[in-house]
Design a protein around this ligand. Structure first.
Ligand SMILES: [Mn+2]
Length: 325
C-alpha cells in the first residue's frame, strides 16, 4: 500500500484531476468526493467530478453537488489522475475508466478492496472515507480555519460523510479519530443540525406513508429474533413514488427489542432485492455471500433475479435459520 504522502506528491505534480466514487453514491462517497473537489480547487488545482450517477436530492446542499449530474462519465484527454473514493472494486466505479491512460488513485475504507489503483490507500479503521480525505487535505496544507466560507463548505461535506457512515455516530466503526475530526469540524462552525435536517428530516409525505405500509406488513420470526419487511412494486405505484433507497425503512426492523437480524425484500423489475442488517454478532455478510450478494458483517445486500418476494423470503430465511441454530 502507498502512503498518503505518495498520494499528496502525485496530486501536487498533476495538472488536471478527475474525482469519482462508487455507483449509487451515498453520503460518504459524495461528501468525500466533494470535500476533495472543493479542497483541491481551494488549493488552486484544476479538479472536476466524474459521475455516471446523479447525486441524490438530500445531498444537494453540499457545495458543487450539482456537478454530479450524470453527464461527465469519462475522464477528459488531458486528465493526469483520477482519484476514486469510497469504492472497493473497479466494476463499481461511477465512471468509465477502461480507456483511461493516466493514473488511478484508490482511496477507501472497505475491507473488501481490490487495490485496483496504481496507488492505493485503504484504511479499514476509518469509519468513513472522509476521515482519510480530512487527513489528506491537511497533508496538502489545507488549513481548517474558522470564518472562511470555502473551508466551512469543505467541512460540511466531510461532516456529512461521518454522519452517514456512522449512522449518526452510533455504529461500532466510530473511533476517537472520528470524534476528533468531528470536533475539529465543529470548531470551524460546521452546522451539525443543518446537516442532520438535510439528511434525515427531509422526506416526502409519500415516503413516510411507504414506511407506514411497510411496517404494517412486518413479520417477526424465529422466536422474534428476525424481522422481515416486504415491499411489493405496487406500494410505489399506489403512492405515486419511486421506492428508491429503503435504508430508513429497514432500520425500523432493527429497532425492535430482541431483534438481532432485520431483512427487507423489495420487488424489482428483474425479481427481488434484499437488504440485511444485524444488531450484534450475527454476520449478515455470510448469509448474503451464500446467495450471491455481499457487504459487511452488520449490513449486506443480495440481488435475487427471477425470484418472487415469497421465493426470496424462503431462500433467505432458510440460510438465516442455519446460522441461528
Ligand atoms: Mn464509506
Amino acid at each position: 500500500m502507498n502512503s498518503l504522502q505518495d498520494i499528496c506528491k502525485l496530486i501536487l505534480d498533476s495538472n488536471k484531476i478527475g474525482i469519482t466514487y462508487h455507483v449509487s453514491p451515498d453520503g460518504d462517497a459524495v461528501g468525500s468526493a466533494l470535500a476533495l473537489l472543493n479542497g483541491l480547487r481551494y488549493l488552486n488545482k484544476n479538479a472536476y467530478l466524474i459521475s455516471k450517477d446523479i447525486i441524490s436530492d438530500n445531498l444537494q446542499f453540499l457545495k458543487s453537488a450539482n456537478e454530479g449530474n450524470g453527464l461527465v462519465t469519462t475522464p477528459s484527454q488531458d486528465t493526469d489522475i483520477v482519484v476514486v473514493v469510497d469504492c472497493g472494486n473497479f466494476e463499481r466505479i461511477s465512471a468509465d475508466l477502461m480507456n483511461f491512460k493516466g493514473t488511478i488513485i484508490n482511496i477507501d475504507h472497505h475491507i473488501s478492496n481490490d487495490k485496483y489503483g496504481k496507488l492505493n490507500y485503504v484504511d479499514t479503521n476509518a469509519a468513513a472515507t472522509a476521515e482519510i480525505i480530512y487527513e489528506l487535505l491537511e497533508k496538502l496544507n489545507l488549513k481548517f480555519e474558522i470564518d472562511n466560507e470555502d473551508i466551512y463548505e469543505i467541512g460540511t461535506c466531510l461532516y456529512t460523510s461521518l454522519v452517514t457512515d456512522t449512522g449518526g455516530f452510533r455504529h461500532s466503526n466510530v473511533t476517537s479519530r472520528t470524534h476528533k475530526i468531528a470536533s475539529k469540524l465543529k470548531e470551524i462552525q460546521v452546522n451539525n443540525t443543518f446537516i442532520y435536517q438535510n439528511l434525515f428530516d427531509n422526506k416526502s409525505f409519500e415516503k413516510i406513508r411507504l414506511i407506514g405500509k411497510s411496517i404494517n406488513n412486518m413479520e417477526l420470526l424465529f422466536d422474534r429474533k428476525v424481522s422481515l419487511i416486504k415491499i411489493p412494486k405496487s406500494y410505489g405505484e399506489e403512492l405515486g413514488i419511486e421506492i428508491g433507497d429503503t435504508s430508513d425503512v429497514i432500520s425500523f426492523g432493527l429497532q425492535i427489542k430482541g431483534v438481532e437480524v432485520a431483512v427487507l425484500i423489495k420487488e424489482t423489475d428483474n425479481g427481488a432485492k434484499a437488504s440485511l442488517r444485524s444488531k450484534n454478532d450475527f454476520d449478515v455478510r455470510k448469509i448474503a455471500e451464500k446467495l450471491g450478494g455481499g457487504g459487511h458483517i452488520k449490513a449486506a445486500g443480495i440481488t435475487l433475479n427471477g425470484m418472487s418476494l415469497e421465493e426470496a423470503k424462503n431462500k433467505i430465511l432458510e440460510e438465516i435459520e442455519k446460522e441461528l441454530l
